[in-house]
Design a protein around this ligand. Structure first.
Ligand code: AMP
Ligand code: MG
Length: 419
Protein backbone atom coordinates (compact mmCIF):
# COMPACT_ATOMS: atom_id res chain seq x y z
CA UNK A 1 0.00 0.00 0.00
CA UNK A 2 1.07 3.53 -0.63
CA UNK A 3 1.81 5.32 2.61
CA UNK A 4 1.86 8.92 1.50
CA UNK A 5 -0.28 11.44 -0.32
CA UNK A 6 -3.72 9.91 -0.48
CA UNK A 7 -6.67 11.50 -2.20
CA UNK A 8 -7.28 13.54 0.90
CA UNK A 9 -4.17 15.63 0.43
CA UNK A 10 -5.05 17.12 -2.93
CA UNK A 11 -4.46 20.50 -1.35
CA UNK A 12 -1.46 19.33 0.68
CA UNK A 13 1.56 21.49 -0.04
CA UNK A 14 3.91 18.55 0.60
CA UNK A 15 5.40 17.68 -2.75
CA UNK A 16 6.53 14.19 -3.57
CA UNK A 17 9.96 13.86 -5.24
CA UNK A 18 10.30 11.85 -8.45
CA UNK A 19 12.21 9.01 -6.68
CA UNK A 20 9.57 8.93 -3.91
CA UNK A 21 6.79 8.69 -6.49
CA UNK A 22 8.64 5.87 -8.27
CA UNK A 23 9.28 4.03 -5.00
CA UNK A 24 5.58 4.30 -4.09
CA UNK A 25 4.58 2.94 -7.48
CA UNK A 26 7.11 0.09 -7.37
CA UNK A 27 5.85 -0.96 -3.94
CA UNK A 28 2.29 -1.02 -5.28
CA UNK A 29 2.47 -2.81 -8.64
CA UNK A 30 2.46 -6.47 -9.49
CA UNK A 31 4.69 -8.18 -12.01
CA UNK A 32 3.09 -9.52 -15.13
CA UNK A 33 3.57 -13.27 -14.77
CA UNK A 34 2.13 -14.65 -17.98
CA UNK A 35 4.37 -15.63 -20.84
CA UNK A 36 4.05 -17.08 -24.31
CA UNK A 37 6.07 -19.05 -26.83
CA UNK A 38 6.68 -17.09 -30.05
CA UNK A 39 8.59 -17.72 -33.28
CA UNK A 40 12.14 -16.36 -32.94
CA UNK A 41 11.62 -13.31 -35.19
CA UNK A 42 8.53 -12.25 -33.27
CA UNK A 43 10.69 -12.18 -30.14
CA UNK A 44 12.43 -8.99 -31.31
CA UNK A 45 12.07 -6.31 -28.62
CA UNK A 46 10.29 -8.67 -26.23
CA UNK A 47 11.40 -9.62 -22.72
CA UNK A 48 12.81 -13.11 -22.25
CA UNK A 49 10.85 -15.21 -19.74
CA UNK A 50 13.16 -18.22 -19.44
CA UNK A 51 16.81 -19.13 -18.83
CA UNK A 52 18.51 -20.04 -22.08
CA UNK A 53 20.99 -22.88 -21.52
CA UNK A 54 23.14 -23.83 -24.46
CA UNK A 55 22.25 -27.34 -25.71
CA UNK A 56 25.33 -27.41 -27.98
CA UNK A 57 28.81 -26.00 -28.35
CA UNK A 58 29.03 -22.99 -30.65
CA UNK A 59 30.98 -23.54 -32.78
CA UNK A 60 30.25 -27.25 -32.62
CA UNK A 61 33.77 -28.28 -33.77
CA UNK A 62 37.22 -26.67 -34.05
CA UNK A 63 37.45 -24.80 -37.33
CA UNK A 64 39.75 -22.53 -39.28
CA UNK A 65 39.62 -18.78 -38.59
CA UNK A 66 41.61 -17.97 -41.76
CA UNK A 67 42.10 -19.24 -45.28
CA UNK A 68 45.41 -21.18 -45.37
CA UNK A 69 46.85 -24.59 -44.59
CA UNK A 70 46.14 -26.83 -41.58
CA UNK A 71 48.87 -29.03 -40.11
CA UNK A 72 50.10 -30.36 -36.74
CA UNK A 73 52.10 -27.95 -34.57
CA UNK A 74 54.75 -30.66 -34.18
CA UNK A 75 55.92 -29.51 -37.64
CA UNK A 76 57.00 -26.21 -36.08
CA UNK A 77 59.77 -27.86 -34.02
CA UNK A 78 62.40 -27.39 -36.75
CA UNK A 79 63.45 -23.75 -36.96
CA UNK A 80 63.76 -22.12 -40.38
CA UNK A 81 61.87 -23.22 -43.50
CA UNK A 82 59.34 -26.05 -43.42
CA UNK A 83 58.06 -27.83 -46.51
CA UNK A 84 54.79 -29.83 -46.37
CA UNK A 85 52.92 -31.77 -49.07
CA UNK A 86 49.25 -30.71 -49.51
CA UNK A 87 47.17 -33.91 -49.32
CA UNK A 88 43.65 -32.49 -49.70
CA UNK A 89 41.22 -29.62 -49.20
CA UNK A 90 38.76 -28.71 -46.40
CA UNK A 91 35.98 -26.23 -47.23
CA UNK A 92 33.27 -24.78 -44.97
CA UNK A 93 30.54 -27.41 -45.09
CA UNK A 94 32.80 -29.93 -46.90
CA UNK A 95 35.22 -31.43 -44.39
CA UNK A 96 38.41 -33.30 -45.30
CA UNK A 97 37.64 -36.86 -44.28
CA UNK A 98 41.11 -38.35 -44.03
CA UNK A 99 43.75 -38.12 -41.30
CA UNK A 100 46.63 -35.73 -41.62
CA UNK A 101 50.01 -37.16 -40.50
CA UNK A 102 52.91 -35.20 -39.10
CA UNK A 103 54.75 -33.70 -42.07
CA UNK A 104 51.56 -33.21 -44.16
CA UNK A 105 49.02 -30.41 -44.56
CA UNK A 106 45.54 -29.71 -45.99
CA UNK A 107 44.36 -26.61 -47.85
CA UNK A 108 41.67 -25.11 -45.57
CA UNK A 109 39.12 -22.30 -45.85
CA UNK A 110 37.64 -20.17 -43.08
CA UNK A 111 34.93 -22.05 -41.21
CA UNK A 112 36.05 -25.52 -42.38
CA UNK A 113 36.39 -28.25 -39.73
CA UNK A 114 40.01 -28.76 -38.65
CA UNK A 115 40.95 -32.18 -40.12
CA UNK A 116 41.93 -35.02 -37.76
CA UNK A 117 45.62 -34.67 -36.93
CA UNK A 118 45.80 -30.87 -37.33
CA UNK A 119 45.76 -28.09 -34.72
CA UNK A 120 47.32 -25.06 -36.43
CA UNK A 121 46.65 -22.92 -39.52
CA UNK A 122 49.22 -20.93 -41.43
CA UNK A 123 47.69 -18.12 -43.48
CA UNK A 124 47.87 -18.51 -47.23
CA UNK A 125 49.65 -15.12 -47.46
CA UNK A 126 52.54 -16.58 -45.44
CA UNK A 127 53.29 -19.59 -47.64
CA UNK A 128 54.91 -20.18 -51.00
CA UNK A 129 53.27 -22.84 -53.16
CA UNK A 130 55.67 -25.09 -55.00
CA UNK A 131 53.72 -27.65 -57.02
CA UNK A 132 51.76 -29.83 -54.57
CA UNK A 133 53.76 -28.59 -51.57
CA UNK A 134 53.93 -25.43 -49.49
CA UNK A 135 56.94 -23.73 -47.89
CA UNK A 136 56.84 -21.31 -44.95
CA UNK A 137 59.07 -19.93 -42.17
CA UNK A 138 58.23 -21.66 -38.85
CA UNK A 139 59.51 -18.80 -36.66
CA UNK A 140 56.48 -16.44 -36.83
CA UNK A 141 53.90 -19.27 -36.62
CA UNK A 142 52.37 -20.00 -33.18
CA UNK A 143 51.14 -23.50 -32.33
CA UNK A 144 47.30 -23.53 -32.41
CA UNK A 145 46.99 -20.22 -34.28
CA UNK A 146 43.99 -19.24 -36.42
CA UNK A 147 41.84 -22.02 -34.99
CA UNK A 148 38.43 -21.37 -33.37
CA UNK A 149 37.87 -23.85 -30.58
CA UNK A 150 34.64 -25.80 -30.10
CA UNK A 151 32.38 -23.91 -27.65
CA UNK A 152 34.50 -20.75 -27.64
CA UNK A 153 31.42 -18.61 -28.31
CA UNK A 154 28.89 -20.63 -26.28
CA UNK A 155 29.80 -23.79 -24.37
CA UNK A 156 27.35 -26.64 -23.92
CA UNK A 157 25.45 -26.23 -20.60
CA UNK A 158 26.34 -22.53 -20.31
CA UNK A 159 23.66 -20.00 -19.26
CA UNK A 160 23.47 -17.86 -22.39
CA UNK A 161 20.64 -15.46 -21.48
CA UNK A 162 18.68 -14.81 -18.31
CA UNK A 163 15.00 -13.89 -17.89
CA UNK A 164 14.40 -10.13 -18.10
CA UNK A 165 16.77 -9.61 -21.02
CA UNK A 166 15.26 -7.66 -23.86
CA UNK A 167 15.73 -9.53 -27.15
CA UNK A 168 17.59 -7.27 -29.56
CA UNK A 169 19.39 -8.22 -32.80
CA UNK A 170 22.39 -9.93 -31.08
CA UNK A 171 20.06 -12.04 -28.92
CA UNK A 172 18.04 -13.17 -31.96
CA UNK A 173 21.35 -14.20 -33.54
CA UNK A 174 22.54 -16.00 -30.39
CA UNK A 175 19.29 -17.93 -30.13
CA UNK A 176 19.47 -18.80 -33.83
CA UNK A 177 23.07 -20.02 -33.35
CA UNK A 178 21.66 -22.47 -30.79
CA UNK A 179 19.06 -23.65 -33.31
CA UNK A 180 16.10 -22.22 -31.35
CA UNK A 181 13.12 -21.64 -33.63
CA UNK A 182 10.92 -20.38 -30.78
CA UNK A 183 11.47 -18.42 -27.61
CA UNK A 184 9.49 -17.95 -24.42
CA UNK A 185 8.80 -14.26 -23.73
CA UNK A 186 6.68 -12.24 -21.33
CA UNK A 187 3.19 -11.60 -22.64
CA UNK A 188 2.72 -8.08 -23.92
CA UNK A 189 1.34 -5.75 -21.28
CA UNK A 190 -2.05 -4.42 -22.39
CA UNK A 191 -2.28 -0.67 -22.01
CA UNK A 192 -5.51 1.23 -22.73
CA UNK A 193 -5.46 5.00 -23.04
CA UNK A 194 -7.68 7.94 -23.88
CA UNK A 195 -7.56 11.71 -23.90
CA UNK A 196 -9.98 13.85 -21.95
CA UNK A 197 -11.20 17.33 -22.75
CA UNK A 198 -14.14 19.12 -24.35
CA UNK A 199 -11.69 21.20 -26.37
CA UNK A 200 -10.14 18.23 -28.15
CA UNK A 201 -10.68 17.59 -31.82
CA UNK A 202 -9.55 14.33 -33.42
CA UNK A 203 -7.37 14.39 -36.52
CA UNK A 204 -9.51 14.14 -39.62
CA UNK A 205 -12.15 16.50 -38.20
CA UNK A 206 -11.98 20.25 -38.78
CA UNK A 207 -11.13 22.49 -35.85
CA UNK A 208 -14.00 24.53 -34.45
CA UNK A 209 -13.60 27.72 -32.46
CA UNK A 210 -11.85 27.05 -29.16
CA UNK A 211 -10.71 23.57 -30.14
CA UNK A 212 -7.23 22.06 -30.42
CA UNK A 213 -6.19 18.81 -32.04
CA UNK A 214 -5.58 15.92 -29.68
CA UNK A 215 -1.83 15.27 -29.90
CA UNK A 216 -1.33 13.33 -26.67
CA UNK A 217 -2.89 10.19 -28.05
CA UNK A 218 -0.25 10.15 -30.75
CA UNK A 219 2.78 10.75 -28.53
CA UNK A 220 1.38 8.11 -26.15
CA UNK A 221 0.77 5.71 -29.02
CA UNK A 222 4.38 6.19 -30.15
CA UNK A 223 5.97 5.86 -26.71
CA UNK A 224 3.90 2.81 -25.82
CA UNK A 225 4.42 1.09 -29.15
CA UNK A 226 8.18 1.50 -28.87
CA UNK A 227 8.03 -0.24 -25.50
CA UNK A 228 6.45 -3.24 -27.19
CA UNK A 229 3.20 -3.15 -25.25
CA UNK A 230 -0.21 -3.91 -26.74
CA UNK A 231 -1.89 -0.53 -27.18
CA UNK A 232 -5.64 -0.04 -26.95
CA UNK A 233 -6.60 3.46 -28.08
CA UNK A 234 -9.98 4.45 -26.65
CA UNK A 235 -10.11 7.85 -28.35
CA UNK A 236 -11.22 11.15 -26.89
CA UNK A 237 -13.61 11.23 -23.95
CA UNK A 238 -15.57 14.38 -23.15
CA UNK A 239 -15.52 15.98 -19.72
CA UNK A 240 -18.80 14.31 -18.78
CA UNK A 241 -19.19 12.19 -15.70
CA UNK A 242 -20.94 9.19 -17.29
CA UNK A 243 -18.70 9.13 -20.36
CA UNK A 244 -15.58 9.24 -18.21
CA UNK A 245 -16.84 6.62 -15.83
CA UNK A 246 -17.74 4.24 -18.65
CA UNK A 247 -14.45 4.80 -20.47
CA UNK A 248 -12.45 4.13 -17.30
CA UNK A 249 -14.38 0.93 -16.58
CA UNK A 250 -14.03 -0.28 -20.17
CA UNK A 251 -10.32 0.48 -20.09
CA UNK A 252 -9.79 -1.38 -16.81
CA UNK A 253 -11.69 -4.36 -18.20
CA UNK A 254 -9.46 -4.76 -21.23
CA UNK A 255 -6.03 -3.71 -19.97
CA UNK A 256 -3.57 -4.14 -17.11
CA UNK A 257 -2.71 -0.45 -17.31
CA UNK A 258 -4.96 2.54 -18.02
CA UNK A 259 -3.52 5.91 -18.99
CA UNK A 260 -5.47 9.13 -19.45
CA UNK A 261 -4.24 12.60 -20.22
CA UNK A 262 -5.81 15.83 -19.05
CA UNK A 263 -8.38 16.58 -16.42
CA UNK A 264 -6.30 16.06 -13.29
CA UNK A 265 -5.03 19.60 -12.77
CA UNK A 266 -6.20 21.66 -9.81
CA UNK A 267 -7.82 24.32 -12.00
CA UNK A 268 -9.73 21.75 -14.04
CA UNK A 269 -13.34 20.93 -13.25
CA UNK A 270 -12.86 18.23 -10.61
CA UNK A 271 -14.94 15.85 -12.63
CA UNK A 272 -12.40 13.17 -13.45
CA UNK A 273 -11.16 13.25 -9.87
CA UNK A 274 -14.61 12.56 -8.51
CA UNK A 275 -15.21 9.78 -10.99
CA UNK A 276 -11.82 8.23 -10.27
CA UNK A 277 -12.34 8.33 -6.54
CA UNK A 278 -15.59 6.43 -6.96
CA UNK A 279 -14.01 3.76 -9.15
CA UNK A 280 -10.74 2.96 -7.47
CA UNK A 281 -7.96 3.83 -5.10
CA UNK A 282 -6.46 6.88 -6.70
CA UNK A 283 -3.83 9.24 -5.32
CA UNK A 284 -3.50 12.75 -6.64
CA UNK A 285 0.15 13.57 -6.39
CA UNK A 286 1.80 16.90 -6.68
CA UNK A 287 5.25 15.85 -7.77
CA UNK A 288 8.22 18.17 -7.36
CA UNK A 289 9.03 18.08 -11.05
CA UNK A 290 8.68 20.32 -14.03
CA UNK A 291 7.06 19.83 -16.33
CA UNK A 292 4.78 17.23 -14.90
CA UNK A 293 2.72 18.00 -11.87
CA UNK A 294 0.00 17.10 -11.08
CA UNK A 295 -0.38 13.40 -11.67
CA UNK A 296 -2.88 10.81 -10.59
CA UNK A 297 -1.76 7.30 -9.80
CA UNK A 298 -3.62 4.31 -8.46
CA UNK A 299 -5.74 1.27 -9.28
CA UNK A 300 -9.06 0.86 -11.04
CA UNK A 301 -10.15 -2.71 -10.33
CA UNK A 302 -6.89 -4.63 -10.88
CA UNK A 303 -5.47 -2.22 -13.42
CA UNK A 304 -2.74 0.28 -12.73
CA UNK A 305 -3.94 3.80 -13.48
CA UNK A 306 -1.96 6.87 -14.54
CA UNK A 307 -3.74 10.19 -15.02
CA UNK A 308 -1.15 12.28 -16.87
CA UNK A 309 -1.28 16.06 -17.19
CA UNK A 310 -2.88 17.36 -20.38
CA UNK A 311 -0.06 19.64 -21.46
CA UNK A 312 1.72 17.79 -24.27
CA UNK A 313 5.30 18.08 -22.92
CA UNK A 314 4.18 17.31 -19.36
CA UNK A 315 2.38 14.21 -20.63
CA UNK A 316 5.57 13.01 -22.36
CA UNK A 317 7.89 13.81 -19.47
CA UNK A 318 5.70 12.09 -16.88
CA UNK A 319 5.43 9.13 -19.22
CA UNK A 320 9.20 8.78 -19.61
CA UNK A 321 10.03 9.40 -15.97
CA UNK A 322 7.22 7.47 -14.27
CA UNK A 323 5.11 5.37 -16.63
CA UNK A 324 7.95 3.88 -18.66
CA UNK A 325 9.91 2.61 -15.62
CA UNK A 326 6.64 1.19 -14.27
CA UNK A 327 5.95 -0.69 -17.50
CA UNK A 328 9.52 -2.01 -17.61
CA UNK A 329 9.23 -3.18 -14.00
CA UNK A 330 5.86 -4.82 -14.65
CA UNK A 331 7.16 -6.79 -17.62
CA UNK A 332 10.21 -7.83 -15.62
CA UNK A 333 12.78 -6.06 -17.80
CA UNK A 334 16.19 -5.70 -16.25
CA UNK A 335 17.30 -2.10 -15.70
CA UNK A 336 18.07 -0.29 -18.96
CA UNK A 337 21.44 1.34 -19.42
CA UNK A 338 19.67 4.07 -21.34
CA UNK A 339 18.05 5.53 -18.27
CA UNK A 340 21.49 6.48 -16.96
CA UNK A 341 22.60 10.08 -16.94
CA UNK A 342 25.55 11.55 -18.85
CA UNK A 343 27.46 14.71 -18.00
CA UNK A 344 27.67 17.63 -20.42
CA UNK A 345 28.74 21.24 -20.27
CA UNK A 346 25.90 23.69 -20.66
CA UNK A 347 26.15 26.06 -23.63
CA UNK A 348 23.08 27.95 -22.38
CA UNK A 349 22.12 29.88 -19.27
CA UNK A 350 19.29 27.92 -17.66
CA UNK A 351 16.71 29.25 -15.23
CA UNK A 352 15.98 26.70 -12.54
CA UNK A 353 13.91 26.91 -9.39
CA UNK A 354 15.18 25.20 -6.22
CA UNK A 355 13.22 22.32 -4.72
CA UNK A 356 11.99 20.54 -7.82
CA UNK A 357 13.52 18.34 -10.49
CA UNK A 358 13.39 19.90 -13.93
CA UNK A 359 13.53 18.06 -17.22
CA UNK A 360 14.48 20.78 -19.66
CA UNK A 361 14.89 19.87 -23.29
CA UNK A 362 18.34 20.14 -24.79
CA UNK A 363 20.42 19.38 -27.83
CA UNK A 364 23.43 17.26 -26.93
CA UNK A 365 26.44 17.61 -29.19
CA UNK A 366 30.20 17.17 -29.23
CA UNK A 367 32.47 20.21 -29.04
CA UNK A 368 35.48 20.41 -31.43
CA UNK A 369 37.71 19.21 -28.54
CA UNK A 370 35.59 16.09 -28.10
CA UNK A 371 33.64 17.03 -24.94
CA UNK A 372 29.88 16.62 -24.60
CA UNK A 373 28.00 19.90 -24.52
CA UNK A 374 24.31 20.67 -24.35
CA UNK A 375 22.29 23.68 -25.35
CA UNK A 376 18.72 24.48 -24.46
CA UNK A 377 16.04 24.10 -27.13
CA UNK A 378 14.75 27.52 -26.03
CA UNK A 379 11.32 28.23 -24.51
CA UNK A 380 10.44 25.50 -22.04
CA UNK A 381 6.66 25.91 -21.75
CA UNK A 382 4.90 22.60 -21.19
CA UNK A 383 2.76 23.24 -24.27
CA UNK A 384 5.79 23.58 -26.56
CA UNK A 385 5.85 20.06 -27.98
CA UNK A 386 8.31 21.20 -30.65
CA UNK A 387 10.99 21.19 -27.89
CA UNK A 388 10.73 17.38 -27.67
CA UNK A 389 11.27 17.09 -31.40
CA UNK A 390 14.09 19.62 -31.69
CA UNK A 391 15.82 18.28 -28.59
CA UNK A 392 17.58 14.96 -28.26
CA UNK A 393 17.88 14.81 -24.47
CA UNK A 394 16.49 15.97 -21.16
CA UNK A 395 18.74 18.29 -19.19
CA UNK A 396 18.00 16.85 -15.75
CA UNK A 397 18.39 19.49 -13.04
CA UNK A 398 18.04 18.03 -9.54
CA UNK A 399 16.03 19.49 -6.68
CA UNK A 400 18.97 21.20 -4.97
CA UNK A 401 20.23 22.89 -8.13
CA UNK A 402 19.61 26.58 -8.88
CA UNK A 403 20.23 28.54 -12.08
CA UNK A 404 22.88 27.17 -14.43
CA UNK A 405 25.56 29.42 -15.93
CA UNK A 406 27.19 28.80 -19.30
CA UNK A 407 30.07 26.31 -18.92
CA UNK A 408 28.66 24.56 -15.84
CA UNK A 409 28.31 20.77 -15.98
CA UNK A 410 24.80 19.29 -16.02
CA UNK A 411 23.27 15.82 -16.19
CA UNK A 412 21.61 14.87 -19.45
CA UNK A 413 19.38 11.92 -20.27
CA UNK A 414 19.48 11.20 -24.01
CA UNK A 415 16.24 10.25 -25.71
CA UNK A 416 17.54 6.74 -26.39
CA UNK A 417 16.17 3.58 -27.90
CA UNK A 418 13.20 3.68 -25.56
CA UNK A 419 12.44 7.35 -26.09
P1 AMP B 1 -5.73 19.74 -18.52
O1 AMP B 1 -4.66 18.90 -17.86
O2 AMP B 1 -6.89 18.95 -18.98
O3 AMP B 1 -6.08 20.91 -17.66
O4 AMP B 1 -5.04 20.33 -19.83
C1 AMP B 1 -3.92 21.17 -19.76
C2 AMP B 1 -3.62 21.73 -21.12
O5 AMP B 1 -3.28 20.68 -21.99
C3 AMP B 1 -4.79 22.46 -21.75
O6 AMP B 1 -4.27 23.56 -22.47
C4 AMP B 1 -5.34 21.42 -22.69
O7 AMP B 1 -6.05 22.01 -23.76
C5 AMP B 1 -4.12 20.71 -23.14
N1 AMP B 1 -4.44 19.34 -23.53
C6 AMP B 1 -5.15 18.47 -22.79
N2 AMP B 1 -5.27 17.29 -23.43
C7 AMP B 1 -4.61 17.42 -24.61
C8 AMP B 1 -4.36 16.55 -25.69
N3 AMP B 1 -4.86 15.31 -25.70
N4 AMP B 1 -3.64 17.01 -26.74
C9 AMP B 1 -3.14 18.26 -26.71
N5 AMP B 1 -3.33 19.12 -25.70
C10 AMP B 1 -4.05 18.73 -24.65
MG1 MG C 1 -8.82 19.16 -19.69
Amino acid sequence: MIATSSCCDIEDSNLLTVPQALANIRADIQLLESFEQVPLRSGLGRILAQDIISPINVPAYPNAAMDGYAFHSHDLSTPGWQTLPVIGTALAGQPFNGTVSIGQCVRIMTGAVMPVGTDTVVMQEEVECVGETIRFQTGPVQAGQHVRLAGEDLAIGQVVLKPGKQLLPPELGLLASLGKAEVCVKRRLRVAFFSTGDELCSIGDSLKAGQIYDSNRYTLYGMLTRLGVEVIDLGVVRDHREALRQALLDAADCAEMVITSGGVSVGEADLIKEVLLELGTIHFWKIAMRPGRPLAYGKIKDSVFFGLPGNPVAAMVTFYQLVQPTILTMIGATESELAKLWKAQSLSKLKKRLGRREFQRGVLERTPDGEWAVRSTGPQGSGILRSMSEGNCFIVLPEERGNVEIGEWVDVQPFGEFM
